[in-house]
Design a protein around this ligand. Sequence first.
Ligand code: GLU
Length: 301
Amino acid sequence: MPTTGRFAPSPSGPLHFGSLVAALASYCQARSQQGQWLLRIEDVDTPRVVGGSDQQILRDLEAFGFTWDGPVLYQSDQFEQYRFYLEQLFARGDCYGCECSRRSLREQGARSGPLGQIYPGNCRRKNLAPAGHSIRLNTAAANTIEFVDQVYGKFELNLPESVGDFVLRRADNIFAYHLAVVVDDELQGVDEIVRGADLLENTCLHIFLQQKLGFANPRYMHIPLVNNAQGVKLSKQTGANPIDHRHASRQLVAALSHLGQSPDVDLQHASPEEVLGWATTNWQPGSIPALQAASVETFGA
Ligand code: GLU
């Protein structure tokens, strides 16, 4: 069966070179297997959405020669689905209401793990109603979750010790990224996920949630992050330059080099569609370096 991949940007600003690398890697991995490539706008965290940036992202992708399959899925249209699966978990006793705030946990001396505060399970047995409280997934029985990443190899995380019960819906009723991404990937039939290496730990949470919901586990490929010249990960928060339509092919060629591919420098004078055609035909996922991050020359205004 042909594979289904996806690119899932958050509309909190325009795409930068790091997001271009993620788009390109997921595109090449899907298309080189004659698979589908879907586009999903991850606007579940509505207060962080920057108006109009979804349209900007679509324009950027088009200018860089990308074509996706089917309609764009918006997480803001999926709330009924997230509610449905959350209710299932609640009915089975897998999650519970929690009244702890970050501050109260800090004051109680909660330890920190790779994903922030480790939740000590204070509210597990309080039987709090979901309304007005955050909802957490009980990880007591999770133990170590492991998976084999196609770039980074075997990766594992002990959920109860390193993360604790994580939030699936915040007290302000906003569904967590973890729930949204797992539900959407299942409902969209995504069977291979390609995304940045900053999400390696998160993948263990997603696998546990997939198990709890009876979903299939997709294959995973995490790709090295892009740092700026100061060694800081490119992100909207750190003010990364938006990708620049005037140099689309040059940036695609640089993104391919970051991914360990060997594009001919002359390719930067070809059209973006030609660069993507070359990239798909010559795609070597085995050459992607398993680095935490690498610095590259950044582009843009
Ligand atoms: N929306 C996430 C981001 O923009 C990507 C999540 C994913 O690919 O699973 O960083």
